[in-house]
Design a protein around this ligand. Sequence first.
Ligand code: MGD
Ligand code: MGD
Ligand code: MO
Length: 634
Amino acid sequence: MERIWPFDEKSQVSGRILRALPPGQVDFYTSGRASNEAAYLFQLFAREYGTNNFPDCSNMCHEPTSVGLPQSIGIGKGTVSLDDFEHCELIISIGHNPGTNHPRMMGTLHECARRNVPIIVFNPLRERALERFADPQNWLEMATYGSTRIASTYYQVDAGGDAAALKGIMKALLAMEADQGNILDRDFIDIYTEGFDDFAADLNATSWEDIEKASGLSRADLESVAKLYAESNATIVTYGMGVTQHSRGTANVRLIADLLFLRGNFGKPGAGICPLRGHSNVQGNRTVGITEKPSEDFLERIENVFGFKPPREHGHDAVKTAQAMIDGTCKALICLGGNFAVALPDPEQAFPAMKTLDLSVHIGTKLNRTHLLVGREAYIFPCLGRTELDVQGTGPQSMTVEDSMSMVHASAGKLAPASEHLRSEPAIIAGMAQATLPNTRVAWADLIADYDRIRDLIEKTVPGFDDFNGRIRVPGGFRLPLPPTERKWPTPSGKAVFSVYGGVKEDADVLAGENVLRLMTIRSHDQYNTTIYALDDRYRGVFGRRDVLFMNESDMSARGLEHGDLVDIETIVTGRKLQLKGLTAIAYENIVRGSVAAYYPEANVLVPLDYIDKESGTPSYKSIPVRVVRSETT
Ligand SMILES: Nc1nc2c(c(=O)[nH]1)N[C@H]1C(S)=C(S)[C@@H](COP(=O)(O)OP(=O)(O)OC[C@H]3O[C@@H](n4cnc5c(=O)[nH]c(N)nc54)[C@H](O)[C@@H]3O)O[C@H]1N2
Ligand SMILES: Nc1nc2c(c(=O)[nH]1)N[C@H]1C(S)=C(S)[C@@H](COP(=O)(O)OP(=O)(O)OC[C@H]3O[C@@H](n4cnc5c(=O)[nH]c(N)nc54)[C@H](O)[C@@H]3O)O[C@H]1N2
Ligand SMILES: [Mo]
């Protein structure tokens, strides 16, 4: 390990290396834990330096939401607030596992279930907390070991079969409309949307046979969902990685918006779309400018306020950065948090590529594997965590985040820092910027003395933050503007736009191959992304290990396998041979036939780097066509 250098010295050396490189060869990664203030300074530093290379954890996560929803509703964010859950009449939950990943959402679903709101779940795995859940906040359930049913109906859709299922539900709705009328919200469709005719034509052209085959669900099942949906006056659709991490993830997201359009489920209480985000401030990072495709508007405002010309050329997303590292055209990587190489697909290529860099810099709270993939020069800047007191020139500082519901609020750490050597993220970024940019137009030291000044700059350059410093001092914070909640659509035409999916399934040809299974890489209960806290996955009943492959019993017997056998897995969509050997197959009655599951990040060796959703660049972590055979390694 490197010795602990004074921060300034590390900044000076990094700055010298950066100054010698063409900015296009330097990439600035953000993981969504950074505050708005840190993320804003980070993008300012990179843009004054001269690049839009902003790979970001959201490129591996909700990018299909950020790319799909602007096309559909004009903004890449969810539209519901917590209040809406109190008024909704139906919830459709697709491809997420809130029992483990969104415990607070579990409380909300629990409340809705107790109000007898039907909750329809689509998931290839029966996730226990989505079936029944005991709310730790509910004293009666806790005292009596009771629990509440969550899902009213649980559909075990095939992995990657959601598009077909959604199309089936919508096809059934159109048929009901033709038969009995009064099913669709015609006024909403006529006044606020465009593209309905092409959308309907595509549904008509899609056969029930294809829908059933691709979704793994029956026509009767999908028709009964359509019936429940038609009876609800206010529906919310929640979704997660089971929808986005597919090679047609963006198209999946747009189908969810289409479903909601059909019954006017935007801009009324109790209705809307609810992507469940990951990191605490991943949405805020994007809002304040962490994007490889910045709008011209934003760049103009930066130019006007700061007086430097930010680059216009679009930059790298996460996969493109990895590819640039591999082909040698990325020479330096500056990471504001995260564990980039471990989160990426195909570590067998990403790890060695990290070691070829001229410079890597990591601002982090916890040492991880990526930090140790050392190239020519590598620096780790340990930073203050969210709960630690951050004192600067004008005293203790607060910082802000934006949650999945577009609420912005401030918080301030209170604990004494773990070490006197720790500095805040904004201070570290400012130090590096000063060392890299001798003629900088930004008053870095002033900004660090008082984070209110950073917020003033955000207010000047990002729409929606009027009176930013005033409004965060009101308890609870404030909500950023969400035009679709007022039935305003900031799309080019000013209308909400129906999509045309075309077909029923991603990569149908590959999957039709012999013996092909579809692998989903998922999280266990005891991990937070690449940080594994313990080896248990309690809701799924796996204890003390992670080297398992969840398989349906019929898929096992078709391969002559028994519970506990060792298996080898091979990916079949790539030129490079991607293999994972020696996992233990477990007969898991809760997984649908044809789909298998293994844990992320161990299974990332099976995910091809170029097997992505082309619209958003997001890797298809949940739909890897694989073959599974008895292990040779026994
Ligand atoms: N404790 C904990 N909390 C976390 C995280 C963590 O690692 N640990 N990570 C955070 C982050 S960054 C994120 S993005 C979120 C992720 O939260 P989730 O979106 O819940 O992500 P995953 O655990 O990857 O699981 C996705 C779920 O989708 C299902 N699924 C997989 N493929 C398909 C499919 O094709 N169709 C459907 N319908 N379902 C499918 C899986 O069975 C699983 O139940 O959680 C955040 N919160
Ligand atoms: N196969 C497969 N791969 C996946 C996924 C999957 O479902 N399957 N999911 C993808 C998803 S959804 C995501 S979001 C990515 C996650 O990718 P990343 O965000 O890169 O990974 P994390 O594991 O969340 O990063 C953890 C590290 O962040 C640092 N850190 C934590 N908190 C802070 C902080 O407050 N400040 C700073 N500066 N650093 C901090 C710590 O050093 C810690 O080790 O992984 C993706 N990769
Ligand atoms: Mo994520």
